[in-house]
Design a protein around this ligand. Structure first.
Ligand SMILES: *Cc1c(COP(=O)(O)O)cnc(C)c1O
Length: 477
């Protein structure tokens, strides 16, 4: 059986507006500086094909194109309200930037004197301002304690800093590292594999839980080109443990130089991970750049977008001569930070407390008030909820706080709402923690929750309120 051919005049598809007509819409013309011809055409083609398949009527094509153009931003990345209570959330891009860093990004987005001395018109050293801000952020005592002075270098990220340091300082020789420090930093990404990829050989010493000074001393030989200490940032080994301090490793490295008699210093590379500048009493076990430098590291490696609260960057702080070796190694060019990173990092270092610091040190009483206000607005209970540092930092440190407890089914609706909200799904509930929400966004958050509740009520129909059984308030995790 064959279908009778549609009368061409009656075929609704003939009423689908032509591409030329759609390209001439005022909204499209206006969007031209913002969106490329290719993007505009793809939005048009998409609307036309929706009409061709019958998903929308031909009359809906123009409104659909208008809506698509209006909704299409320069980036497909969507801002998210982080309601998880996890401060440095890797899936959400780690540290949210301070306002000063945002302004620095904009200011440095055009031509800037990143490598030019305007007074002389001569080429200058890249990243001088950022280097200065890093050194200025360290206590003066640290700068004085380091024998030949402190210098800094900024690269793409912590992993790049580690690759540069091991390549430039240890070459293809043996790097001695404790078995307790061979960590996987996330999603199957293992630091030992990264280091091995540079051609350096890792000489593992000690055991998972205990490594002693003698383990390093016994392993040091003519083949040794460095000592490496990595902070096991995202897990904790409790109980029968011991490790060798940076100061002890410094002594070992100095003695090795004498023993080997070749006058070659044995570099001590320390990867602290999270990038605290100085000690934070809230995170007692978290190492910091100042302490690691003072204790004798030749070079300390940290990330810019974890506890430091800035842009993605790898920070190398160390003895001047060591940093010079790193800066002049050919690999330095391959991992060099761009002007945007340099500007945002400098601004983060010179600004007041970063959003990361503010979320970490949020006053529990104030968090409670905000949670109570949200709870009243959305008619849900407040429960105790512990936030986390996240980003592979201070895994054992709970951050006492509160969350508004909602039905679990609300979570996907919150994630796909406008603004998008990422709650924590735990124990059959959707928990909304205000720790990482900027306070001015509290109203938008409440609106987003109410909108999600309305959407949920629509999908459920009447008679099913979906209330959770009452649970006693207790710690969230
Ligand atoms: C996070 C981390 C890294 C990697 O830093 P990125 O900035 O993510 O590249 C390396 N070492 C340790 C100990 C870390 O915690």
């Amino acid at each position: 059986m064959t279908a009778a051919p549609l009368d061409r005049a009656e075929d609704p598809r003939r009423r689908i507006p032509r591409t030329d007509t759609l390209l001439a819409l005022p909204e499209i013309v206006e969007a031209r500086p913002r969106l490329s011809e290719a993007v505009l055409r793809s939005l048009i083609t998409h609307a036309q094909s929706r009409a061709r398949s019958g998903e929308i009527t031909p009359e809906d094509v123009v409104p659909a194109v208008r809506a698509a153009v209006a909704a299409r931003n320069a980036t497909t990345l969507r801002p998210v309200l982080n309601a998880t209570g996890v401060v440095v959330h890797t899936n959400l891009g780690r540290a949210p930037l301070p306002q000063a860093a945002v302004e620095a990004l904009v200011a440095s987005s055009g031509y800037v004197d990143v490598e030019l001395d305007l007074a002389s018109g001569q080429r200058s050293k890249r990243g001088t301002g950022t280097r200065g801000a890093l050194l200025a952020a360290l206590p003066a005592a640290v700068l004085e304690a380091v024998p030949d002075g402190v210098d800094a270098l900024v690269v793409n990220n912590g992993a790049a800093a580690l690759v540069l340091a091991t390549t430039a300082l240890a070459g293809t020789g043996e790097l001695i590292v404790s078995r307790g420090e061979l960590v996987e930093i996330g999603a199957g990404f293992r630091l030992p594999d990264l280091i091995a990829s540079t051609g350096s050989r890792l000489r593992e010493v000690g055991t998972t839980n205990r490594t002693h000074r003698a383990d390093y001393a016994d392993a040091i030989g003519p083949q040794t080109t460095g000592l490496l200490k990595i902070h096991p940032s995202n897990f904790r080994v409790d109980g029968f443990t011991s490790s060798v301090s940076i100061a002890e490793l410094r002594t070992l490295a100095d003695e090795a130089e004498i023993d080997r008699g070749d006058g070659r210093p044995l570099p001590l590379i320390v990867d602290i991970g999270s990038g605290l500048l100085t000690h934070d009493p809230l995170l007692p076990d978290e190492p910091d750049l100042a302490e690691a430098l003072t204790a004798g590291a030749d070079v300390v490696i940290a990330s810019g977008d974890k506890l430091l609260g800035g842009p993605q960057a790898g920070i190398l702080l160390g003895r001047s001569r060591t940093i010079q070796r790193l800066a002049t190694h050919p690999l330095a060019r391959a991992v060099r930070a761009d002007k945007l990173t340099l500007a945002a990092l400098e601004a983060t270092l010179t600004a007041g407390p970063s959003p990361v610091a503010q979320s970490l040190h949020a006053d529990p009483a104030r968090l409670r008030e905000r949670a109570d206000r949200l709870a009243a607005a959305v008619d849900a209970p407040v429960v105790a909820h512990e936030g986390r540092v996240g980003g592979g930092g201070a895994p054992g440190v709970p951050l006492a706080g509160w969350a508004v407890r909602l039905p679990e089914e609300l979570a996907p609706l919150l994630r796909t709402g406008e603004p998008a909200v990422l709650p924590r799904v735990h124990d059959g509930a959707c928990l909304v923690d205000l720790r990482c929400i900027p306070e001015p966004d509290d109203g938008r958050l409440a609106d987003a929750v109410r909108a999600a509740q309305t959407r949920l009520a629509c999908t459920r129909g009447p008679g099913n309120t979906g209330d959770l059984p009452d649970l006693p308030p207790g710690p969230g995790r």
